[in-house]
Design a protein around this ligand. Structure first.
Ligand code: SAM
Ligand code: TMP
Length: 399
């Protein structure tokens, strides 16, 4: 295995086994030709960068049937409003230019519709981009890269903010990404992005953050080291509670900005926790194996007590849990979800049927594996009757 940035040789420290596409929900007739890849992970000590070895092509993952809509969580809608307000307050002025990478259904950008900010979203998945366009959110249905920004004359060297959330870790060619950012940003412009945080994944043993789309799992140290290679400074970091623990990073051209004390403290804390070293990955591997055994044992115990088990929310993360722990429909009867494009299909790899949320109330299980544990507050309040009626929530992470 080679580091996707430096090309240095890395020895994978762990394999999660054969994995299908995390969002590859499928019909029965598609079982035969289902795609699988070996999901191995490695760590570049030079860049302190956690990364997948092999991964499917971006076109295979982000296409006209990408089943993830940012707006499916009301919490995320309010998070994106706060994110937009924070950017407006700190980094934008009248008639500023703003670009979003991975704008999905326009949930974030809709906060700029009708303002005097010249904004534009890049979104390759056709179904979600169409939804944004239908809601009058300026969107280009294309991958963000050097070719696709070619005709953006008014934005070149003139973009005040480039922003993103939960997408930079999806982009294998970070060199092309950073060169494109370099072309667009104004002298004092900033690149702001939020991504799942490796430190949170390690402390929660939330290994389900690792799946095909998450080619990298970033930390403060790795982001500083990567951007340093291309003459950018990491100027601020702000932890976020979203998606089970994320980090907001602010990056700007070298020596153009003051570096926040948050960066200094964050780097120090990561050093103390050895997050910059492969040692932390070895411990994580051990924790994952223990978590897997505990999950399998618990589910088998529930079954031996004749309990019905359902999955709640057919998340991308659930694909890693189900396939790594080899959990199929003999253990989990069904998974319920709100997404139209998933309902009536089967879960990737393990082929558990996906049912509408109404099915959860109709077929009340004894145990519900909360796959969307990162949305637990929102779900617990919607489903308060489940516990009242004797139901029990379950997860491999602390709820
Ligand atoms: N930003 C949204 C959010 O946080 O809810 C969407 C996140 S979703 C996990 C990732 C999105 O990025 C998908 O809609 C995908 O199609 C898009 N994407 C993937 N690669 C991209 C690229 N190279 N350029 C722009 N968008 C990309
Ligand atoms: P993700 O973890 O891949 O982002 O997917 C979240 C999934 O959870 C998505 O398919 C929608 C589903 N979901 C529900 O079914 N009910 C809910 O209340 C929430 C917040 C999400």
């Amino acid at each position: 295995m080679k580091c996707k940035i430096t090309g240095e040789k890395i020895t994978p420290f762990m394999s999660f086994g054969k994995m299908p596409l995390a969002n590859g929900f499928l019909k029965k007739e598609e079982f035969e030709k289902e795609f699988f890849f070996e999901m191995e992970v490695g760590f570049s000590e030079k860049l302190s960068l956690f990364q997948l070895n092999d991964f499917p092509s971006p076109e295979k993952m982000f296409n006209k049937e990408y089943p993830f809509y940012s707006g499916s969580s009301s919490y995320m809608k309010s998070h994106f409003k706060d994110y937009a307000d924070w950017i407006k307050k700190n980094y934008l002025s009248t008639k500023s230019n703003l670009v979003e990478i991975g704008s999905n259904d326009g949930t974030f950008l809709k906060n700029f519709v009708g303002t005097d900010i010249n904004y534009l979203g890049f979104e390759p998945s056709e179904n979600v981009a169409k939804k944004a366009i239908k809601n009058n959110v300026n969107t280009k249905n294309i991958f963000f890269n050097k070719d696709s920004i070619e005709d953006l004359k008014n934005f070149k060297s003139n973009t005040n903010v480039i922003c993103a959330a939960n997408v930079i870790c999806h982009i294998p060619n970070l060199k092309d990404l950073i060169s494109s950012i370099e072309i667009l940003l104004s002298k004092k412009g900033v690149f702001i992005f939020e991504e799942p945080y490796m430190g949170s994944m390690f402390s929660k043993v939330s290994y389900d953050q690792i799946y095909d789309e998450h080619i990298f799992m970033f930390s403060i140290t790795s982001i500083k080291k990567i951007f340093q290679l291309y003459n950018f400074d990491l100027i601020d970091v702000i932890p976020q509670v979203t998606h089970g623990g994320s980090m907001r990073y602010v990056v700007g051209r070298k020596k153009e900005h003051q570096i926040s004390i948050n960066v200094v403290n964050g780097l120090k804390e990561e050093q103390e926790k050895k997050l910059d070293k492969v040692e932390s990955c070895i411990k994580f591997k051990d924790d994952c194996e223990k978590s897997k055994q505990k999950t399998i044992q618990s589910l088998k115990e529930f079954k031996s007590m004749k309990k019905n088990i359902a999955g709640y929310a057919a998340t991308s993360k659930s694909t890693t849990i189900l396939n790594y722990c080899n959990i199929d429909s003999t253990l989990i009867d069904f998974i319920c979800d709100t997404t139209e494009g998933k309902i009536g299909k089967y879960s990737p790899g393990m082929h558990i049927p996906i049912k509408p949320i109404s099915h959860f109330k109709d077929q009340l299980p004894d145990i519900a594996y909360l796959f969307a544990w990162n949305h637990k507050d929102e779900i617990f309040s919607k489903e308060s009757d489940f516990k009242k009626n004797g139901g029990r929530w379950f997860s491999h992470v602390a709820l």
